[in-house]
Design a protein around this ligand. Structure first.
Ligand code: AMP
Ligand code: GLY
Length: 423
């Protein structure tokens, strides 16, 4: 079988790596991929908004399954385009992708189906939004409605900060059309966890739990990033908590999607805030988390190709999903300046040390080749991913591995996993 993976980050490297382990998979292509992916798959230079080009590639190369990694092409309707051409594709259609593509859609959906989430109001008028922020006071959260590459959320500790956020989104148009509406919502305090499920619209399979570290600096300080590291499992999501999440969040969500006439086939990533033992939904994503996919797929102990193909074909009930015992962790190495504007083009040393390693895998994100040398080309550069008997030993393995890797201006958090070890 031949598979095409769309995307070129750490998540897609992990997807390609796991798909390659399937005895049924003969060849994996990736569009556009990155330096690390090119070592295990054939990278093709087709942009992920060029649906026609991708569909032509799939037809001429007899691709059996296409897996869409990032949210942008899903929101633009890539799955609808593939389905129209009768191609098997993993991911939700445009209607399903609204769960991530429009925060207003997601919040109204949650309200309609009784799914616990922060109290909110949506505005398309700046003046009314500012009035509401002043009325409610801080702390308060301001969110751009549309996709903003993870940067459209301002968790404001003061009214002034919230108003600056509103101005950035609605007056300076920092996120373009994505900011034509804003959601102003109650600030929830608690601990976050990522709860992902696979669904084909009927069957639901929870994936191993995980926890991301959004802020750039140790101790959860500094601005939010795409994620600086993640571990799995997340001890805060106990078996009892999972049962509560399934009953109060996942079941009504699946019923709601059905009622809305959305036949969702793919991953739903539910970002949770657990406040005094009760889970609330902060956000939905319609794809695997990045970096959460790296530790989660490292622990997956069954055939990813079978799993994704069955999901895409509405046969998820046929698959028995298994996980490796123990734990895994992914620590992101980022470029100097990230999450602001960052340095690019620096040579990366030490990658060869992990070519044949069983318990440490170096997933590439923002990397490319320059004269045959692997260099940095993005904000998040590598995800050092290690397995262990528990989070403490996985953490020790990952940090030991990082000692061997270097590039100019390399920054990473030193406390990924500490929260889970203390618990
Ligand atoms: P989102 O893109 O909606 O997940 O938001 C990004 C991050 O902002 C989340 O991971 C949380 O850390 C934070 N956040 C979002 N909504 C809230 C909220 N209502 N209360 C507190 N923090 C929030
Ligand atoms: N790591 C958070 C995300 O993938 O959205």
């Amino acid at each position: 079988m031949k598979v095409l993976v769309i995307g070129g980050g750490g998540r897609e490297h992990a997807l390609v790596w796991k798909l390659r382990q399937s005895p049924r998979v003969d060849k994996v292509y990736c569009a556009p991929g990155n330096a690390g992916i090119s070592e295990i798959a054939e990278c093709i230079d087709i942009r992920n908004d060029n649906f026609e080009g991708l569909i032509d590639f799939v037809k001429y190369n007899w691709i059996d399954l296409t897996v869409v990694g990032p949210e942008a092409p899903l929101s633009e309707g890539i799955v609808d385009a593939f389905v129209k051409e009768e191609r098997t594709v993993f991911g939700p259609d445009k209607a399903g992708a609204q769960l991530e593509g429009s925060k207003q859609f997601a919040k109204d959906f949650m309200k309609k189906y009784g799914i616990p989430t922060a109290e909110y109001k949506t505005f398309s008028s700046y003046v009314q939004a500012e009035e509401y922020v002043r009325l409610k006071g801080a702390p308060i959260v301001v969110k751009a409605d549309g996709l903003a590459a993870g940067k459209g959320v301002i968790v404001a500790e003061t009214v002034d900060e919230a108003i600056d956020g509103l101005k950035l989104i609605m007056k300076d148009n920092a996120f373009g059309d994505a900011g034509s509406k804003v959601i102003v919502e109650q600030c929830l305090k608690g601990e976050e966890a990522s709860f992902m499920i696979l669904t084909d619209g009927k069957t639901v399979v929870p994936l191993a739990t995980s926890q991301d570290h959004k802020q750039i600096f140790d101790g959860d300080k500094g601005p939010n990033t795409g994620g600086m590291g993640a571990y799995s499992p997340a001890p805060i999501v106990t078996d009892e908590m999972s049962a509560v999440v399934m009953k109060t969040i996942i079941d009504p969500m699946i019923k709601g999607l059905e009622r809305e006439g959305i036949n969702y086939r793919g991953v739903i990533y539910v970002g949770l805030m657990i406040c005094d033992g009760k889970p609330y939904v902060l956000e939905y994503n319609v794809r695997f988390g990045d970096p959460e996919a790296q530790p989660i797929l490292s622990r997956l102990d069954c055939d990813l190709f079978d799993l994704l193909k069955a999901t895409a074909e509405g046969r998820l009930d046929e698959i028995d999903v298994k996980w490796k015992e123990g734990a895994s962790i992914c620590i992101v190495l980022a470029s100097k300046g990230y999450p602001g504007s960052y340095q690019k083009g620096d040579a990366i040393q030490g990658l060869d040390a992990f070519k044949n390693s069983d318990d440490v895998v170096v997933f590439h994100a923002g990397t490319s080749f320059n004269n045959g040398e692997v260099v940095t080309s993005g904000g998040r550069v590598l995800g050092i991913t290690a397995l262990g008997d528990d989070i403490k030993s996985a953490q020790a393995n990952a940090y030991k591995a990082i000692e061997k890797i270097n590039f100019d201006g390399m920054q990473f958090r030193k406390d990924i996993g500490n929260k889970a070890i203390k618990n």
